[in-house]
Design a protein around this ligand. Structure first.
Ligand code: GLN
Ligand code: MG
Ligand code: MG
Length: 445
């Protein structure tokens, strides 16, 4: 630890860093930061940097407003977009109360606590997100809605197009920040793109997702376009999912791999998937946390609406990909429910908790879904036992409220805050009279 701190202090000096940004994330998943002068960093390492947390979404109850940010020296990076003139660096922080206890509402702490539970059972949790987002001409929109930067589709190569240069620049910046990118391509919607981060332990990936969102926004500004992670910005086109590949390791061994298992998935892997499926509806208010998230989940376009698993089934909530021969270490399962606007720390905590519960309780995996689940009738789906994901934020909150797993994993303060905050969103939404209602009702009623 001290060595890493020394390295940071030395690098600040050698590289002439002028500002150090201390980053942390609120309960909703918004990146927050406070910039300090290089001279303050040593003190921040030793004692933490104090600030009033009460104004930050979900952070502090009024009577324990003061919190401390402790920069994590292993996350030190020089930001590639803050210039040659005044080099700027960043570190992620852990938040504590003044007496040094982890702040109950720090999402990074919620994930660390859940990862520690997995570690107690001998597991390390790895994740690999596929992050989709839209590039728009601007954040302003007229009666036709937002204007995407191109009219291209899945895997299209757009000669001279914005998206191409955009991805190249974003990937380069991510690499400069030590974040490896596996691949990137145009997605199915106009202006929609996807960048897939290489797998890493879940805490690193969650930090990387926060960095990713910032990088993408910065590159967009640089290129005069607007990037959005909104789950469903265009009614007529696919939403932006954040499919995430999950695996557990025991030491150096992938615990999901068994050459003799169906799809080479081990018993632990099957139980983990069974845990995901069993608890999916109650964790959806966190993996899909906005009113708008449910517009993505319920309009097809390869977003899952039903709780099923499958091997090569892109309508399934959990997909078990085929591992290349000799690549058992890459055994993993893909959770396709989550969207690009989730708080990655909280969402990963719940996915892990659900999977571990499946292992602990020895849940049985139901038969895989072979059909395109959307093409079945409601009666057929019921006969096959396919439960729906919640159809709205309101329903998702109802299921979350009843969930011991979610309460226990998030802890009381975050659990209560999410419910309160999201109920507020639902009430505001419910009070809207939408253009759809005016269009379909006004003239005939
Ligand atoms: N955009 C789709 C979703 O919302 C996914 C499309 C894909 O990656 N196959 O989940
Ligand atoms: Mg995709
Ligand atoms: Mg995918």
């Amino acid at each position: 630890m001290d060595k890493q701190r020394d390295f940071v202090l030395r690098t600040i000096e050698e590289r002439g860093v002028k500002f150090v940004r201390l980053w942390f994330t609120d309960v909703v998943g918004t990146l927050k930061m406070v910039a300090v002068a290089p001279a303050e960093v040593e003190g921040a390492f030793a004692e933490g940097l104090g600030f009033d947390g009460s104004a930050i979404e979900g952070f502090s109850r009024a009577y324990e407003a003061d919190v401390l940010a402790h920069p994590d020296p292993t996350t030190f990076q020089i930001l590639p977009w803050r210039g040659e003139v005044d080099p700027t660096a960043r570190m992620f922080c852990d938040i504590t109360t003044p007496d040094g206890q982890p702040a109950a509402a720090d999402p990074r702490h919620v994930l660390k606590r859940t990862l520690a539970k997995a570690a107690d059972r001998g597991f390390t949790f790895y994740t690999h997100p596929e992050i989709e987002f839209y590039l728009l001409k601007s954040s302003k929109y007229g009666p036709k809605g937002p204007q995407p930067v191109d009219a291209a589709g899945y895997f299209d190569n757009v000669p001279g197009g914005t998206a191409h240069d955009f991805r190249r620049r974003a990937v380069r910046m991510l690499e400069d920040l030590g974040i490896s990118v596996e691949f990137s391509h145009h997605e199915a919607g106009p202006g929609q793109n996807e960048i897939d981060l290489r797998y890493a332990d879940a805490l690193t990936t969650a930090d990387n997702i926060m960095t990713f969102r910032t990088v993408v926004k910065e590159v967009a500004i640089e290129q005069g376009v607007y990037a959005t992670f909104m789950p469903k910005p265009l009614a007529a086109h696919p939403g932006s999912g954040m499919h995430t590949h999950l695996s557990l390791f025991e030491g150096d061994t992938n615990a999901f791999f068994d050459p003799a298992g169906q799809y080479q998935l081990s018993k632990i892997g099957r139980q983990f998937v069974a845990g995901l499926l069993t608890h999916a509806p109650e964790i959806t208010a966190v993996t899909n946390q906005f009113v708008n998230s449910y517009k993505r989940l319920w309009t097809g376009d390869e977003a899952p609406s039903y709780v099923t698993w499958g091997h090569n089934n892109r309508s399934a909530l959990v997909r078990v990909p085929l591992y290349k021969p000799g690549k058992g270490q890459s055994a993993r399962v893909e959770y396709r429910g989550m969207d690009s606007a989730a708080n990655p720390y909280l969402a990963f905590s719940l996915l892990l908790a659900a999977g571990l519960k499946g292992i602990e309780e020895g849940y049985e995996l139901p038969p895989e879904a072979e059909n395109t689940v959307w093409e079945l009738t409601e009666v057929e789906r019921r006969a096959l036992g396919y439960k729906p994901l919640p159809s709205s934020l309101d329903r998702a909150l109802g299921l979350m409220e009843e969930s011991e797993l979610v309460a226990e994993t998030l802890g009381e303060q975050v659990f209560n805050y999410v419910l309160l905050n999201k109920r507020r969103e639902w009430s505001a939404y419910r009070a809207q009279v939408t253009p759809y209602e005016l269009e379909s009702n006004l003239e005939i009623l």
